[in-house]
Design a protein around this ligand. Structure first.
Ligand code: NAD
Length: 270
């Protein structure tokens, strides 16, 4: 299926690692031009590897903290000044608290601040920065990474799951607001995907266990998956990326305001 993403410019946040990096790779493979944003210095390496593989495409990187609105605006302005049209935004950047939050009193209220700042205000900044550019063109889409944790009382990290619930809600506001401008907005919610962020959830849990109860990352993941994931396996970054690319494509022209789980059946709605 041709996704018609050739020469489209896609801004991807959190592209240095995990799901964001998989989205960047898959989008480059479809012929898209990419602006890869991340606070990690390794974003330059990711961009130069992809630029080497796809020399005819514009693939650039910017070191940006999504909580820093002026940095985001400067990056957008540089793209527009270079004569690039921004077609799509995929916002993957997010963090967890790095603490095991069951009971929630394991965390202090102050442990919530940075998670909410990055996950909620970072998303707000991304929307404010890029929506006007899409609006001017009267086309395009914004795809936000949520989480199954934002749809259930997740027994891991309350500030993370609360921030993801807020993100799902704000994406619905954006979808209504931007629909008259021809812009679609969706939230993609992975379940269990092996990435540094997912590993940090295990690490936080493991540190709270008695030595006899501790598990390796794989054992912890398999146990959780057996309990919670009907398909009985990890989801891969590539599977999440494939869904996102479909949502960017004209094949998804009628899909907006949706929360789409790529989670092996972890969360089922009707
Ligand atoms: N891995 C999972 O199991 C899982 C499950 C559900 C949802 N998600 C969501 O998927 C998205 C991607 O997560 P991942 O698992 O690939 O994580 P990851 O840790 O592999 O990647 C996250 C990236 O975001 C970047 N980042 C963090 N804070 C930033 C900031 N302030 N500014 C700019 N960049 C920043 C990091 O440097 C990193 O490169 C996140 O929104 C996450 O909540 C992941």
């Amino acid at each position: 299926m041709d996704l018609h993403l050739q020469s489209r410019t896609i801004v991807i946040t959190g592209a240095a690692s995990g799901i964001g990096r998989a989205v960047a790779t898959a989008a480059a493979d479809e012929g898209a031009d990419l602006a890869l944003l991340d606070q990690s210095p390794s974003i330059d390496q990711v961009a130069s590897e992809l630029a080497g593989q796809f020399p005819d495409q514009h693939i650039g990187a910017a070191r940006v903290d999504v909580t820093d609105l002026p940095q985001l605006e400067q990056t957008r302005n540089r793209l527009l000044d270079d004569g690039r049209q921004i077609d799509h935004v995929v916002h993957c950047a997010a963090i967890g608290s790095g603490r095991f939050g069951m009971p929630f009193t394991n965390l202090a209220p102050a442990d919530w601040n940075r998670v909410l700042e990055v996950n909620i205000l970072g998303m707000v900044n991304v929307a404010h920065t890029f929506a006007p550019a899409l609006q001017q063109q009267k086309q395009g889409s914004m795809q936000f990474l949520g989480s199954v944790a934002g749809q259930i009382g997740s027994p891991t990290d309350p500030p993370y799951s609360a921030s993801k619930a807020a993100g799902i809600n704000f994406a619905q506001c954006l979808a209504r607001d931007l629909a008259p401008h021809g812009i679609r907005v969706n939230t993609i919610c992975p379940g269990m995907v092996k990435t540094p962020l997912n590993r940090s959830v295990w690490q936080a849990w493991n540190e709270r266990q008695e030595p006899s109860q501790q598990l390796s990352y794989d054992e912890w993941g398999q146990q959780k998956i057996r309990q919670l994931v009907p398909l009985g396996r990890w989801q891969t970054p590539e599977e999440v990326a494939a869904t996102i690319l479909f949502l960017l494509s004209p094949h998804a022209a009628s899909i907006t305001g949706q929360t789409i789980n790529v989670d092996g059946g972890y969360v089922m709605h009707w």
